[in-house]
Design a protein around this ligand. Structure first.
Ligand code: SAM
Ligand code: SF4
Length: 336
């Protein structure tokens, strides 16, 4: 079958699907959620496991998607996760397509489930960890759970869910003095560390450009202890600028989503937990697939709607534009 992919008006092709499985989370990172309060998505609005798998099937089978990344909220709190991964693997195998499945997670509970997830067909994990100091961890996430995250990382590596990647956000005056320490910790354990600039996607609208630690500052803080040399040119659709650390094989990534945007090469598309297609993290509109799906649309009809949703994707996120407006939904509801 000839695949007619997800092509936008600038000829970018989306092959990397981020599937949000829930907007709920067991941490409360200060750059993501308020300390308390945040309305969760009504359960009836949320796609069922069958509906998630059906839409992944459309994406993989009809739209040329080759990477599926589960996210949230916290995807590990979704009860059907293992089943969804196993069924995605089965449908990819049935179609003879080499689909890569990964998980972006805070790793709470991963120590228990890493082996099962690997057996179900998960390929990799990206674990979010912003500090290796328990007190800073509690300050950022508002929970005292660093040991669980460390155990989750170890279990992921042991289960073969590698290369294990660690994503870190630096916050001014909170952990921005710990960049080099984080890198040393990850190098010792063979985890690939990537720093991400803080983006205006928090539920409480607390982001400010002045508070954001920029890619330049991240590199400067790392260079106080390590020698960094560019590891790949050009970076293509990969958002991370990769640097070799001290000339060795180990690398560190810096994702300058705000100051060094990679929108021109973006190959992502997002499906929210309530079945909305978002063609960009910062899109102001969404396209509903849940309604048509529940009304009996065929796979071909859903694929057509999905293509139409991706076509008008904006050239860039426009954070620097004076008219920029933060999306109505926070990162935890869109899927990071
Ligand atoms: N709960 C999972 C986790 O933390 O990995 C998955 C969802 S979380 C929204 C996905 C990623 O987005 C995490 O790496 C998190 O650090 C990052 N993130 C959340 N809010 C952010 C923000 N305002 N700017 C940059 N990254 C953010
Ligand atoms: Fe939860 Fe991830 Fe947001 Fe932290 S970044 S509050 S772990 S969804």
């Amino acid at each position: 079958m000839q695949v007619q992919g997800l092509v936008d008006r600038y000829d970018r092709v989306a092959t990397d699907l981020r599937v949000s499985l829930t907007d709920r989370c067991n941490l409360r990172c200060s750059y993501c959620m308020p300390a308390e309060g945040l309305d969760w998505m009504p359960t009836d609005d949320q796609l069922t496991d069958d509906e998630v798998v059906r839409l992944i099937g459309v994406a993989v089978g009809q739209l040329g998607v080759t990477e599926v990344r589960f996210t949230g909220g916290e995807p590990l709190v979704r009860r059907g996760l293992v089943d969804i991964v196993a069924r995605t693997r089965a449908l990819a195998d049935e179609l003879g397509l080499p689909v890569e499945q990964s998980l972006t997670t805070n790793a709470l509970g991963l120590a228990r489930t890493a082996g099962t997830l690997a057996a179900a067909g998960l390929d990799r994990v990206n674990v979010s960890l912003d500090t290796v100091r328990p007190e800073t961890f509690a300050t950022i996430t508002r929970r005292d759970r660093l040991t669980d995250v460390v155990a989750g990382l170890e279990a992921a590596a042991a289960a073969g869910l590698g290369p294990v990647k660690v994503n870190a956000v630096l916050l001014r005056g909170v952990n921005d003095d710990q960049a080099a320490e984080m890198l040393a910790w990850c190098l010792e354990r063979d985890y690939q560390l990537r720093f991400i600039e803080q983006m205006p996607l928090d539920a409480q609208h607390g982001w400010s450009r002045e508070q954001m630690i920029t890619a330049d500052e991240i590199i400067e803080r790392l260079e106080a202890r390590f020698t960094l040399t560019p590891a790949r040119e050009p970076r293509g659709s990969a958002p991370a600028e990769l640097f070799r650390v001290d000339g060795g094989p180990a690398t560190v990534g810096v994702i300058g989503s705000v100051t060094r945007p990679f929108c021109g090469d973006c190959d992502r598309v997002r499906l929210t937990a309530d079945g909305q297609v978002r063609n960009c993290l910062f899109a102001r509109t969404e396209s509903d697939l849940r309604g048509p799906l529940r009304a009996g649309a065929t796979d071909a009809e859903l694929a057509d709607r999905w293509r139409a949703a991706v076509r008008p994707k904006a050239a860039g996120h426009g954070i620097d534009d004076p008219t920029f407006l933060q999306p109505d939904r926070p990162m935890s509801a869109i899927g990071g």
